[in-house]
Design a protein around this ligand. Structure first.
Ligand code: FES
Length: 118
């Protein structure tokens, strides 16, 4: 199993994305607003957009027509190319098509450093 030290936990701000490489694979590391870390392929499963250049944002949710609430702030990874959205806390599942998800990588915090495994 390969591992990659990405950074110290304080080197990334909540809501920040960071590109890293493990082996030959480009990954995007996400720090959510509550300080958790997640890692996914940096290549969007739609047409390969560089996800590290996207944003961590939230998503609108609606229980009734015309009523929207904003939720999951800082937990949705939005691709910079065509705006596909992926739920980082749900294993990278695509919001519009939950059967599809981003390949993900285990993340551990060791001595306050973010380590990604492959
Ligand atoms: S390449 Fe990501 S949404 Fe199209």
């Amino acid at each position: 199993m390969k591992e990659q030290t990405v950074c110290h936990i304080d080197d990334m701000q909540p809501g920040e994305l960071r590109e890293s490489v493990i082996g030959r694979i480009s990954i995007v590391v996400c720090k959510t607003l509550d300080g958790e870390f997640y890692a996914f392929t940096n290549k969007c499963i739609h047409q390969g957009g560089p996800l590290a250049k996207g944003k961590l944002c939230g998503a609108p949710q609606s229980d009734n027509p015309g009523e929207y609430t904003f939720c999951q702030d800082g937990e949705i990874l939005r691709c910079p190319w065509h705006g596909r959205e992926f739920d980082v806390k749900d294993d990278g599942r695509m919001l519009a098509n939950p059967e599809r998800k981003l390949p993900s990588f285990p993340v551990k915090i060791e001595n306050d450093y973010v380590i990604v495994y492959k």
